[in-house]
Design a protein around this ligand. Structure first.
Ligand SMILES: [Zn+2]
Ligand SMILES: [Zn+2]
Length: 361
């Protein structure tokens, strides 16, 4: 009898111990029972940036909406009218949008299903959406094996296409080129290797990336009451010394006896900034071929914004400083474009150094 009870109690104690351990682990964390390991920083090298060949772009048979409209006229004896829209229709078709198949302008496009971004062309009946309108315009094929690429990811600004062909020479070459150590690593973490041909198709039209039209200042500086000297003083205090507009106004009054409102100071600042920007952008900098870039956050009017900046790593000159409310690819591309615009000729050994954040850079 006794040995049985003792065995039972021992088992029960073990069980209780297990519960206590579990509770403690939950309470304090795993480190309680683990032996402390050396906290060595992990050296995980970034995957090297590779520039791949462009895919083969095949343009499917294109129709011309003008021909289609004439055909319609001949067949029906009347012309095909543009889409009639309800006055208070919630969804509108963007003005510049065209049918990807026949090129019909937005007047002939239905906004098909509410705000989901689907459209239909009245002329050729082609269905398309915001997302696939570019792919309707072209079929993408792998430059190495000529097989059609598969779309594997859709991001906000771009789609990712991949060649999934196992016989693709690109894939075969990469696969056979791996050392046995790399093959082991590949089995554990396939994400860290790029073996297949990949292409990113951006939805961003390049147009907005070209030089933006000059915005005109609120205040015409040639007509202001302040003398150039006073304007210089105001800008020195406000910009160079970073005093707020209100403090600058107070300083102008107290020290120089000039009555000026803080709003006027802000207007001056805005006008000067707009006038100076082209000079800063197009100054004939002598640049090296080494550039660094990163992103950071700044507050604009109390809201966090993203600042994408690039600078010449050798000459220490800031070359782009794009600010965007979103952490988007377009701003990163614009930031790089700002740098490229500053070069008369793009150097052969051009080096851009950025961190490993692939979604952005
Ligand atoms: Zn069409
Ligand atoms: Zn391929």
């Amino acid at each position: 009898m006794y040995p049985q009870i003792i065995t039972y109690l021992l088992t029960f104690i073990k069980f209780q111990e297990q519960i206590i351990r579990t509770l403690l682990t939950l309470l304090i964390g795993k480190s309680m029972f683990d032996k402390p390991k050396d906290q060595q920083p992990v050296n995980k090298p970034y995957r090297k940036l590779q520039v791949d060949d462009l895919p083969i772009i095949e343009i499917p048979e294109k129709l011309n909406y003008r021909n289609l409209l004439t055909e319609y006229q001949e067949k029906h004896g009347k012309s095909l009218k543009p889409v009639r829209r309800h006055k208070n229709a919630k969804v509108s078709v963007p003005k510049g949008m065209k049918c990807p198949k026949c090129g019909a302008p937005s007047d002939y496009l239905y906004a098909n299903n509410g705000d989901k971004g689907q459209y239909q062309c009245k002329v050729c009946s082609c269905l398309f959406s915001d997302k696939n309108r570019f792919s309707k315009e072209a079929i993408l094929k792998c430059p190495h094996c000529s097989k059609t690429l598969d779309k594997i990811k859709e991001r906000k600004d771009f789609d990712v296409f991949k060649c999934k062909n196992d016989d693709c020479p690109y894939y075969q070459k990469k696969l056979n080129g791996m050392s046995s150590k790399e093959k082991k690593q590949f089995k554990k973490d396939p994400q860290s290797f790029k073996l297949r041909y990949i292409f990113r198709q951006f939805h961003i039209d390049f147009q907005p990336l070209s030089k933006n039209s000059p915005e005109l200042p609120v205040v015409d500086l040639s007509r202001i009451y302040a003398s150039p000297h006073t304007l210089g003083l105001i800008l020195t205090y406000h910009v160079n010394y970073g005093l707020s507009a209100r403090r600058t106004a107070a300083l102008m009054q107290d020290v120089h006896g000039v009555a000026i409102s803080h709003q006027t100071i802000l207007n001056y600042e805005n006008s000067v900034a707009l006038l100076l920007k082209p000079y800063v952008d197009h100054y004939p900098y002598e640049l090296s071929d080494q550039f660094c870039g990163d992103e950071t956050y700044i507050r604009v009017n109390g809201k966090w914004h993203y600042l994408f900046f690039f600078f010449d790593a050798v000459k220490k000159i800031v070359l782009s400083y794009r600010v965007s409310p979103n952490r988007d690819t377009a701003s990163a591309i614009q930031a790089i474009n700002d740098v490229l615009l500053k070069m008369e000729e793009i150097p052969e050994n051009l080096t851009f150094v950025v961190d490993g954040n692939q979604s952005i850079f």
